[in-house]
Design a protein around this ligand. Structure first.
Ligand code: SAM
Length: 275
């Protein structure tokens, strides 16, 4: 899978992708990341990429021409202005990083991992000229409800989360399946290559807490059940912890999560203890 990043700060990415799983995925030719300097597509003496906003107001806006030229150099076709056409080959997704975008989720990361190529446009200043969004982009994406100074960090986040979903990228494929926001047990069972023993597919919940040696640290002992070797007890405890953590930190996720009758009973018990 290939990622193309368009930015006015290509140096920003020096080192960002040189560690851990992303570095290994590149070394094993599972992914390729290309960074493109937007200024290379500006042709005036000063390599100008920004201009003042029409209508007045604060800040500067990234000009459309260098962005369009950069995108077209990557083979991204321009849509018709009325947008009534089927433009880019579906194997390529053009993503505009923007605080005004749709929230990026694990489900989107899984979906992006089915594309052959993702082109990421990093805004700066007040953002990019909206016509680039209209004429070239497939999705406007936000990584959270806050404003960053530029789209570069967001692009790195999207690449990291997406490439984890590619087969062969993680040392242990199962670790992805049992993470926060993972798929439910039924889906795992349908594609089972091995039997999940002491874990649950998250089904849209958060992960359970993890512990390692030593068994006692800072006066706090590891929950006894984890030392018991009883896999069905461990499984039950971990599910309860997933429900507890989600209720505490992200109650909104419970509305969309895949819950069993047993989960609902456990949640009822946790809630009544909270009250
Ligand atoms: N005027 C914009 C607004 O209020 O929505 C903010 C522009 S921001 C200072 C500059 C660039 O950072 C944006 O064009 C976008 O590429 C990136 N950016 C900022 N916040 C982001 C977020 N939450 N997710 C993704 N990209 C973001």
């Amino acid at each position: 899978m290939r990622f193309d990043i368009l930015t006015i700060f290509p140096g920003f990415f020096a080192g960002v992708f040189d560690h851990g799983v992303v570095r290994r995925a590149q070394a094993n030719s599972l992914i390729q990341i290309q960074v493109h300097d937007l200024r290379a597509f500006a042709h005036d003496w000063h390599r100008t990429v920004d201009d003042r906003p029409f209508g007045g107001g604060e800040g500067m806006v990234l000009k459309p021409e260098p962005l369009a030229e950069a995108l077209e150099s990557l083979g991204v076709p321009r849509k018709a202005a009325d947008m009534k056409r089927e433009p880019a080959p579906p194997a390529t997704k053009v993503v505009l990083l923007s605080a005004q975008g749709r929230p990026f989720t694990q489900a989107m990361a899984r979906n992006f991992a089915t594309a052959e190529r993702i082109v990421l446009l990093c805004g700066r200043y007040e953002g990019i000229d909206e016509r680039i969004n209209q004429l070239y982009c497939d999705i406007e994406l936000s990584i959270g409800d806050y404003v960053l100074s530029g789209g570069e960090l967001a692009a790195a986040v999207v690449i990291d989360a997406t490439m984890r979903n590619l087969p062969g990228v993680l040392g242990n494929e199962a670790s992805r399946e049992y993470e926060s926001f993972g798929v439910p047990d039924a889906e795992l069972a349908a594609n089972a290559s091995g039997v999940p023993r002491s874990q649950h597919g998250a089904g849209g919940l958060l992960d359970y807490p993890h512990y390692t040696r030593p068994a006692e640290f800072g006066g706090v002992e590891v929950p006894e059940v984890l030392l018991s070797g009883d896999h069905s007890q461990i499984r039950r405890w971990r599910r309860e912890q997933q429900l507890r953590k989600t209720l505490q930190n992200r109650p909104d996720l419970l509305e969309r999560a895949v819950l069993t009758d047993e989960d609902r009973k456990v949640l009822g018990r946790i809630r009544s203890n909270f009250e």
